[in-house]
Structures are given as C-alpha cells and as structure tokens.
Design a protein. Structure first.
Length: 432
C-alpha cells in the first residue's frame, strides 16, 4: 500500500519506496513524534537539574517513591553511595516511614522499605516515639506500641534487619526474648485497657521494662552469614557488610569481570567471576532429555543469570549448591537486553589457589641486583607451580625466564602478597 501510494504521488521507484518503508518501520521501533519527545526532554532536563543541584533531596525522593520496589531501592542506594551520599541504617528511634534527609549528605532509611513491616505499624510506632520519647529497650517497645499492628512478624523483622540495634544488644539476644517481651507487653496493654494498675505501672510509665536487659539470656550472636542473609531478605541489600568481603584478595587476583562490568565485554568473550551461587534450577533439554541448569550468581555489584548446558553439567554438578562461594568461568552472552553467562567451569573458592598454573613476575623495573630478594621469597613456599621472570635484555625488549625447579612454589595468599610487596601489583600476574 505504501509503495503504490509512493508511485501515485511521486516518481520514487519501487526499490526506493521499499527501502524508505524499511527505514520508517525500523525507526518506529524506538522513535517518538515531536510532541512526545519534547515532553520527555522537559522532564529529563528538570530531573537532571534536580539531581545536579539538589542531589541529596533528589535521591531521597527517588528512594521514597520506589520504597515498595526492593530492586529499585537497592539500585538507588548504590547510586547514592557513588554520589558520596551516606545512607543510614533503619532505626526505630530515628527513622520515619519515608526516606528522610537528616544531614548535608546523609539520608535516613525509610521504615516502609523494610519487608513485612506495614504502614499502619510504622505509623503507630513513630507516633508513639514522637509523643513519649525514644524506646529504651525491646521490652519498652513492646509495652508502648500497639501490638495489634506491631505483631510478632513485625517485631522479628525489625530485629533481623538491624532496626533495633539502637538498644546496643545483639540481635540474637533480642530475638531470644521476643516471646517474653510480647507476652509482657500484651498483658500490660490489656490491664491498661481494663483500667487495672500493676505495681510497676504506679512508679514507671513503661511498665518497668525500660532498662530490663538483665532478663535477656547471654546467647552468642548469629554467624555473620546469617546476619547478612536476614538483611538481604528484609532490605534487599547487605547492611553490615557483604559475604564476599572476606574474599577481596581472591576477587582482585582471580576474577577479571563482575556482574556489572560484563555488560561492557564483547559478546562471546570468556570471563571469570567470583560470586555466590544464589539460586539453582535443575532442568533437562527438550530434545535429548539431558541434564542442564539455570543459575543465578551474586557478587558485590549485583546479580547475573547463568546457563549450564549438558556439555558442562557433569563437570560442575558438585558445585551447584546454593550459598556456595565459587569462581565461575564462562562466555558472556549479550544478545538479549539482560547479559547472561554460558558456564564452562565452576570451582569452589577454597580451591582457587589450586587452579594456578603459573606465576609471572615482571622484574624489568625491579633491578637485577634485587633478584636475590625474590629468590628468598620463592624458596619459602616450595611447590610444583613454575614461576616466570620477565625482564629486558640488551638484545630483546622483553624475555621470560623460568626459574629453576627448586624455586617452583605452592601458591597462597601470603606468597602473592609478599611478591607483590616487592615488585608492585601491576608487575605480578597469576595464570589459571
């Protein structure tokens, strides 16, 4: 129809008309008309102006607008931190329902962004705090707030995410007395409603539980992994740290990519990522019924989906355990909007040093007179992994010389740190 119209109204050939239509059709996939573009341009300009001139207020409003979308909250928290804005953890004694600007470059976390804590519960606890002062303990909290709204699930969630850390008692200890605190709080509120007065209420408006920390059992704090898992579950991100923090050395040394930087590599490029295996879905191919897996990895910068095809499945099946910290190797797939990883190999983080096949040390700027220092370091870690020294000679710009077998090493974090301390990080490389 377009081609016929072109021929009737102009001298455009059928070939040119088809070519023109193909361009219009392609452009329609992403093009806007002028009025639409102008409206968006104005919004974009205003938004950019606010972010540039009122960054803290802008990010605070953005976080509040997406408080129910955990994924967006996580994204904006990371963006705020990159902008030099500090996000304070949630606290029942300082936070309000929405995110709030509380300093020059400081935002207080909004309580409404905590999962399992509803708006009515937050409204009641904030109102009580503003009327009668900060909460002094878990018992004081349960005695004063409306427990019909702040039920067990709400209280447990507030403890788990760290919103009650202001009481300066470990989360595990508070969690151990939730039942007792709720029981006493419910009893006190029922007595108050019925007009009864307890012995404590005659002398203490809080029911005698302001400082009642001696009734809390001395139980050990939860393992760090569990503390972080609760924070991730309820806030969408890790507040007290990250499970991979202890592996910073391995990440720097053995990975060449992250879940974020994979977007910038070439499609099909082989990459190595140190990450936590967050989710495992085992399945089979439709044609042959062979085993394969769909995985989800998480590192400090985000998450990434990965696919294990049957050709690699047998080699990695022993490492397909949720929560395991691994080094995963594969090819980047950037064909879709969301990058994926086609897995070729997976190894546990504890095995990472066993993957090293050789060590390269550039001593061209180090000076031949200092080679004895390197020799001394290598001799302290005898093993079977070869070490290659790279240096300049009169005849060649750069040559590699393998050290004698008596100086082959057993790689470890200590060895790597000591060699780097001598030659500098940029002159040291492992081959895996």
């Amino acid at each position: 129809q377009f081609v016929i119209g072109c021929q009737k109204t102009s001298n455009i050939s059928e070939f040119e008309a088809n070519k023109l239509f193909d361009l219009i059709d392609y452009f329609s996939g992403y093009g806007f008309n002028r009025s639409h573009s102008a409206a968006y341009a104005l919004i974009t300009y205003r938004t950019a102006y606010l972010k540039a001139n009122y960054p803290v207020e802008f990010m605070c409003a953005l976080l509040s607008s997406e408080k129910d979308n955990t994924e967006k909250v996580v994204e904006y928290v990371k963006e705020a931190e990159l902008m030099g804005i500090k996000i304070l953890p949630p606290s029942i004694n300082t936070s309000i329902a929405a995110f709030d600007v509380v300093g020059e470059r400081v935002i207080d976390y909004g309580l409404l962004a905590i999962k399992n804590v509803g708006g009515l519960a937050i409204e009641s606890l904030v109102k009580e705090r503003l009327s009668n002062g900060s909460y002094q303990s878990l018992f004081d909290f349960c005695n004063r707030v409306d427990l019909r709204l702040n039920n067990r699930k709400v209280v447990e969630s507030l403890i788990r995410c760290g919103a009650m850390d202001c009481f300066q008692i470990s989360r595990s200890r508070m969690f151990a007395v939730v039942d007792r605190a709720l029981e006493l709080g419910t009893k006190a509120q029922q007595e108050k409603e019925s007009g009864q007065m307890s012995f404590f209420s005659m002398t203490d408006q809080s029911g005698g539980f302001n400082k009642n920390t001696d009734t809390i059992p001395d139980v050990p704090e939860w393992p760090q992994a569990q503390v972080l898992a609760y924070e991730k579950e309820l806030l969408g991100f890790y507040l007290s740290g990250h499970p991979l923090d202890r592996y910073k050395h391995e990440i720097e040394e053995f990975s060449d990519c992250t879940t974020k930087s994979i977007k910038k590599v070439i499609d099909g490029q082989e990459v190595k990522i140190v990450a936590i295996l967050k989710a495992v879905k085992l399945t089979t191919t439709k044609k042959t019924g062979e085993r394969m897996a769909i995985l989800r990895f998480e590192d400090i910068q985000g998450e990434l989906e990965a696919v294990v095809f049957p050709s690699s499945y047998v080699n990695v099946v022993n490492y397909l355990k949720e929560g395991l910290v691994v080094i995963v190797k594969g090819k980047a797939s950037l064909k879709d909007d969301v990058p994926k990883l086609i897995v070729s190999d997976i190894k546990g983080i504890d095995e990472v040093y066993k993957l090293i096949r050789a060590i390269n040390v550039d001593v061209s700027e180090f000076g031949v007179e200092n080679l004895d220092k390197i020799k001394f370091k290598l001799a302290r870690f005898p093993g079977k992994i070869p070490v290659y020294l790279q240096l300049d000679t009169k005849n060649y710009k750069s040559v590699q010389i393998m050290v004698g077998r008596e100086l082959f090493v057993s790689p470890s974090e200590v060895l790597i740190d000591e060699i780097k301390g001598l030659v500098g990080e940029k002159h040291f490389r492992v081959v895996i």
